[in-house]
Design a protein around this ligand. Sequence first.
Ligand SMILES: Cc1cc2nc3c(=O)[nH]c(=O)nc-3n(C[C@H](O)[C@H](O)[C@H](O)COP(=O)(O)O)c2cc1C
Length: 162
Amino acid sequence: MVIVYESKTGFTKRYAEMLAAKTGLKAIPTKEISKIDKNEEIIFLGWMKVGRVQGLDKVRKYNVKAVCGSGTGRTAEPDTETVLARNNIGNIPFFYLRGGCLPLKQLKGLDKIMLSMFVKVLKNRKDKDEETEEAINHIVNGFDGVKEENLEPVIQWLKTNS
Ligand SMILES: Cc1cc2nc3c(=O)[nH]c(=O)nc-3n(C[C@H](O)[C@H](O)[C@H](O)COP(=O)(O)O)c2cc1C
């Protein structure tokens, strides 16, 4: 089993490295996927962009045994079932890992434009609940939700499946 990850700003990479340290498995970025034998079992970690696990399409023809998506939401948004369908994950186990984000000012290009639009939508909500306020604050000011304990379900799964 090998850990393969796709990370843009480093939060998912930290999870991959944490998982590698805890399990002794090797962690490699998707750009190095060609180094892996097609039969090798993979646990894939990718950052989430509008509900899509980034990098997943690059590893589909490999032997993917589990998928982890890292996003800023408290849980997989809008819900796990939608995420599974949107990413064609089928029966492969999926784990959501709360990642993090850089302050909006530090983002560039399309990502910055998309998140600025998203913040506007959230700010325009009439009855903003605490979770919406939290999302606005995290996107604008940045947030680090990477915690070792979030990997616990993944580690439990690995114990019985590798
Ligand atoms: C354009 C854009 C869209 C995003 N969409 C989602 C999303 O749908 N759900 C979510 O939880 N997080 C979303 N995020 C947040 C990232 O997935 C999150 O910050 C992730 O942990 C970043 O991982 P990385 O540092 O490895 O790139 C989005 C971020 C950007 C820039």
